[in-house]
Ligand binder design. Structure first.
Ligand SMILES: Nc1ncnc2c1ncn2[C@@H]1O[C@H](COP(=O)(O)OP(=O)(O)OP(=O)(O)O)[C@@H](O)[C@H]1O
Ligand SMILES: [Mg+2]
Length: 252
């Protein structure tokens, strides 16, 4: 699925002063492309995903799916929000199967797939635990499984590995890469982690401090799987860091 976002503005009304959050954002995700978004905290990244997913109506702007204008991409996206939003009264496995259930998917197949993902995400044995009985990182992984099980053509992932330790994070990044290569999914992922963006993405959008505007787009042409320690990787990282430093100096 090809998503094109043009001239997106968003402003939250407020009794005192309105808050401008998105300022003429242009963004594109080609079919099967892995795109990341990096930007200072509070700049408007989650707001951007909320608008694309249809949770929020933008002040103005245009969204196109495969060149057809749409109000939002709700029916096409699987959205993993920054907060894990697991239902506290549902056990882990039924929580993970929620999207599949809402999609009226075959529940037997969904359960088989969910159990397989629980194994791969080190959640086996926790299927019948309530969210309150899981760690933050485990809840995040259940939420990720739930997102993957909805089988929509575009994944919107808001810091999907944010609450994980470095090793689990790297392992799940590798897993995500394999999953993406198998299904050629379109992915838009928000992250704070430069290495994560560089290991996974075809292109990286760098946003300015609020109101978010696209400051730069960096294409990552390194062949996959990418060696985090290679000279070529470090060179692109330096380029990315230089651009981010420009952006961060604006927020001083
Ligand atoms: N519902 C809302 N009403 C009013 N202001 C909001 C609302 N949601 C977000 N904001 C404001 O919009 C700005 C951008 O918020 P957003 O959550 O999009 O940032 P972010 O880039 O995702 O930040 P982080 O990296 O910390 O997750 C912030 O100043 C926030 O206070
Ligand atoms: Mg956010």
């Amino acid at each position: 699925m090809h998503l094109n976002v043009k001239g997106l503005f968003h402003c939250f009304p407020s009794l005192t002063a309105a808050i401008d959050v998105l300022d003429d954002v242009q963004l594109e995700i080609q079919s099967g492309e892995f795109v990341s978004v990096l930007g200072p905290s509070g700049c408007g990244k989650s707001t951007l995903l909320n608008v694309i997913s249809g949770l929020l109506t933008p002040t103005s702007g245009h969204l196109f799916i495969d060149d057809v204008e749409v109000p939002h991409a709700q029916s096409q996206v699987a959205y993993m929000q920054q907060k894990d939003l697991l239902l506290p009264w549902r056990r882990a496995l039924p929580n993970a199967m929620l999207g599949a259930q809402l999609n009226k998917a075959n529940l037997m197949d969904a359960e088989t797939e969910a159990r397989k993902l629980f194994e791969q995400f080190d959640l086996a044995g926790y299927e019948q635990h309530y969210p309150s009985e899981l760690s933050g990182g485990m809840r995040q992984r259940v939420a990720l499984v739930r997102t993957l099980l909805t089988h929509r053509p575009l994944w919107l992932l808001d810091e999907p590995f944010g609450a994980l330790d470095a090793l689990t994070r790297m392992r799940l990044q590798d897993w995500m890469l394999k999953a993406w290569e198998n299904v050629q999914q379109s992915i838009l992922m928000v992250t704070h982690d430069l290495d994560e963006a560089l290991v996974l993405s075809d292109r990286i959008y760098i946003l300015t401090p609020r109101p978010a505007h696209v400051h730069a787009v960096i294409k990552v042409s390194l062949p996959r799987p990418r060696d985090r320690m290679s000279v070529a990787f470090t060179e692109v990282k330096k380029e990315l860091w230089d651009v981010l430093s420009e952006v961060l100096s604006k927020s001083d």
